[in-house]
Structures are given as structure tokens and as C-alpha cells.
Design a protein around this ligand. Structure first.
Ligand code: G6P
Ligand code: MG
Length: 222
């Protein structure tokens, strides 16, 4: 019997690799604005909301724009991003994800999404994974961007679970910090050199199963 009551999953970079599509869409915008934007710069945008991402890009390009212009550009980037994600298929679900979700369901552990993305519903529909989640907390229901813990706290509330009994899966530095700020255990997805604050780091969900989760909850006193 596990103590973990819910597992909360970030979407981009954990369940699907949409960072590539975000990059291509931002790249198109920066080319139009004459800003030199690299894949390294793109790392800083992971887990960060759309408007904050634009602010970071404008800071890189040393460009100041008024609010209405910013809204216009953010909308333009999003229309290009939607072109990409509207073509996504279930094959794009990252390895190990479905297997883990099924294991959690069998063990009666709640599952939720905790993502900053306002496009979460469209992505979940395209990849056909919506039914695997008991709740979806995303950019449409929260306003404070990670590292603020709001989205994870909301997810715990939506599945009716004490937040101290949640484990978060996150690939972004801001997201790991958000999980810690929510008082949750965080499993980082990516490199331990980058996700230094995560309780435990794996390269992808294919490395996670119930037995490992049990070890993690024991080690970190959940
Ligand atoms: C996720 C991604 C970010 C993205 C944010 C907002 O957190 O990691 O790169 O900026 O969602 O996404 P949206 O789809 O609302 O523009
Ligand atoms: Mg992410």
C-alpha cells in the first residue's frame, strides 16, 4: 500500500516533446523581429507562461514593446504553435507514459496534469490521453506562472488530495521549484546537472514504475 495519493504531471517535456514546436514558433517570430534566438535561449522558456516567454525573448533582443503589440505577437506565435500541435498524434506520447498511468490507476493513485499551457486541452485531445487523468490544472484555470506553486496546488485540490501526499513529474527548473514551493516531492525529468533541486531525477517516464515510486516515497518520508 502506497502513501502517495496523487501523481501530478507537467505536460510539455514530460508527456510530449512540444518544446520543439514552441521553439520553431518562437524562432519564426524572432526572425521577424530581427532577434537572434538560439536553442539554448529556448531552455529558459521551459515551464514559463506565454507572456513571460515573450518578455524573456524581448529582453534577449533588447527590444521594448507596448502591451498591445506584445499581445499581438504572442497571438501570432500561438497561431503558428497551434499549426504544429493540431497535427500531433498518439505516437508522440513519450515512452513509458501510458504504462505508468495504467499502473497508477490500478494502484488507485489519482492522476492530474499541472501545466502552464493554455493549449493543454488541444494537446490532450490530439494525443488521445485525456481519459487517463482525473483532473487537468492548466494555464486556463491558474494565473500565476511556475515557480509559483498555484498550478500544482490546484491540481491536488481538483483530485481531492492532501498536497503533502503528491508527487510531481517536471522537466523545467521553474517547475521543479513550483513543486517544492507546493510542499510536494518532485521527480525531475531530464539531467541531474540541470534539475539540481529535484528529489530524484530520471531521463524519462520509461524509467518510472510503482516499485521505484515506493522507494522514493520512503526515502523522502512521504
Ligand atoms: C509550458 C511550456 C512553456 C510554454 C507554456 C505556455 O509550460 O513548457 O514553454 O510557454 O507551457 O504554453 P502555451 O501553450 O499556453 O503558450
Ligand atoms: Mg515542461
Amino acid at each position: 500500500m502506497m502513501n502517495t495519493a496523487a501523481c501530478i504531471f507537467d505536460l510539455d517535456g514530460v508527456i510530449v516533446d512540444t518544446a520543439r514546436y514552441h521553439f520553431l514558433a518562437w524562432k519564426r517570430l524572432t526572425e521577424q523581429l530581427g532577434i537572434n534566438f538560439t536553442e539554448d535561449d529556448n531552455e529558459r522558456l521551459k515551464g514559463v507562461s506565454r507572456m513571460t516567454s515573450l518578455d524573456i525573448i524581448l529582453e534577449i533582443g533588447n527590444l521594448k514593446l507596448d502591451e498591445s503589440r506584445k499581445m499581438e505577437y504572442a497571438a501570432l506565435k500561438n497561431s503558428w504553435y497551434i499549426d504544429y500541435i493540431s497535427k500531433m498524434t498518439p505516437e508522440e506520447i513519450l515512452p513509458g507514459c501510458l504504462e505508468l498511468l495504467k499502473e497508477l490507476k490500478n494502484a488507485n493513485i489519482r492522476t492530474a496534469i499541472g501545466s502552464a499551457s493554455k493549449n493543454t486541452p488541444m494537446i490532450l485531445d490530439r494525443i488521445g490521453i485525456r481519459e487517463f487523468f482525473d483532473a487537468v490544472a492548466d494555464g486556463n484555470v491558474v494565473s500565476k506562472a511556475k515557480p509559483n506553486p498555484e498550478v500544482f496546488i490546484k491540481a491536488a485540490e481538483m483530485v481531492g488530495v492532501d498536497r503533502r501526499k503528491c508527487i510531481v513529474f517536471e522537466d523545467a527548473v521553474a517547475g521543479v521549484q513550483a513543486a517544492l514551493n507546493a510542499g510536494m516531492i518532485c521527480v525531475g525529468i531530464g539531467s541531474p546537472d540541470v534539475l539540481t533541486k529535484a528529489h530524484f531525477v530520471i531521463s524519462g517516464l520509461k524509467e518510472m514504475n510503482l516499485t521505484k515510486l515506493l522507494t522514493i516515497e520512503k526515502e523522502f518520508g512521504l
